[in-house]
Ligand binder design. Structure first.
Ligand code: 1QV
Ligand code: ZN
Length: 259
């Protein structure tokens, strides 16, 4: 999928280098299904989210994110490729201006219209997310592809609140929300060592990419696209195409939890 990978240069959105000098484990990547290696020792991923830990949703100028109270072990993941418990910090999305592209990772060069990232930090080894951000095993991000299909009932609750956070730095309180409703029921995933896909691009992420996509409908994606990168009062820049180009796999192996 070379067509998707911008060569070196500056990313139009983030004014940051697309490739990090010396970066050996950058994200996102294309997952070539036939090159992934089934690892029978991978455990099932255990996901325990408490809807009461949901705090608010806000527009941070890159995406919209739902943040969680992470001072206790109420919402954690463990098992899978992970050695420790990881606490849910936030989830957010990446999407395109049109349905033909938008995801960050691809599977056999197939692009999806959007991708969900659930961001967790290693609460056994670190005191805070900020500290974990700097360590090679600090973060675990679950990636879920979104594909066009039926309306997603659980997502609609967030979609209904998006108009209230149209502008950068706007925030809306959320009463409980259970992110488990955004996960496919199929337990299968790929996993590899990578990085954040937005600055600071830290190489601290164990990526867990779900094999099955969830379905959303066009109207829901259109509401994502009415968000703005810009603040109130600035000239309006629609929040679309907030995905990073594909990065070289270098000498990494993608493992699968399924044969
Ligand atoms: N797209 S991503 O890799 O999941 C991802 N990037 C970032 C990032 F750049 C941050 F500064 C940050 F505080 C995050 F929590 C994430 S999470
Ligand atoms: Zn992301």
């Amino acid at each position: 999928c070379a067509s998707y990978r911008l060569r070196d240069g500056v990313h139009p959105l983030w004014q940051s280098p697309i490739t990090i000098p010396g970066g050996s484990r950058q994200s996102p990547i294309n997952i070539q299904w036939r090159d992934s290696v089934y690892d029978p020792h991978l455990k099932p991923l255990e996901i325990r989210y408490d809807p009461d830990t949901c705090l608010h949703m806000w527009n941070n100028g890159y995406s919209f994110l739902v943040e969680f109270e992470d001072t206790t072990d109420k919402s954690i993941i463990t098992g899978g490729p992970l050695e420790n418990n990881y606490r849910l910090k936030q989830f957010h999305f990446h999407w395109g201006a049109v349905n033909e592209w938008g995801s960050e990772h691809t599977v056999d060069c197939q692009v999806f219209p959007a991708e969900l990232h659930l961001v967790h930090w290693n609460c056994c080894k670190f005191e805070s997310f900020e500290e974990a951000l700097m360590d090679e095993n600090g973060l675990a991000v679950i990636g879920v592809f979104l594909k066009l299909g039926a309306n997603h009932n659980g997502l609609q609750k967030l979609v209904d609140a998006l108009p209230s956070i149209k502008y950068k730095d706007s925030l809306v309180e959320l009463e409980e929300f259970d992110p488990s409703c955004l996960l496919p029921s199929c337990p299968d995933y790929w996993t590899y060592s990578g990085s954040l896909t937005t600055p600071p691009l830290s190489e601290s992420v164990t990526w867990i990419i779900k094999k099955k996509a969830i379905e959303v409908d066009e109207d829901q994606l259109e509401v994502f696209r009415m968000l703005l990168f810009s603040q109130a009062g600035e000239d309006e820049k629609r929040m679309v195409d907030n995905f990073r180009p594909l990065q070289p796999i270098m000498d990494r192996t993608v493992r699968s939890s399924f044969p």
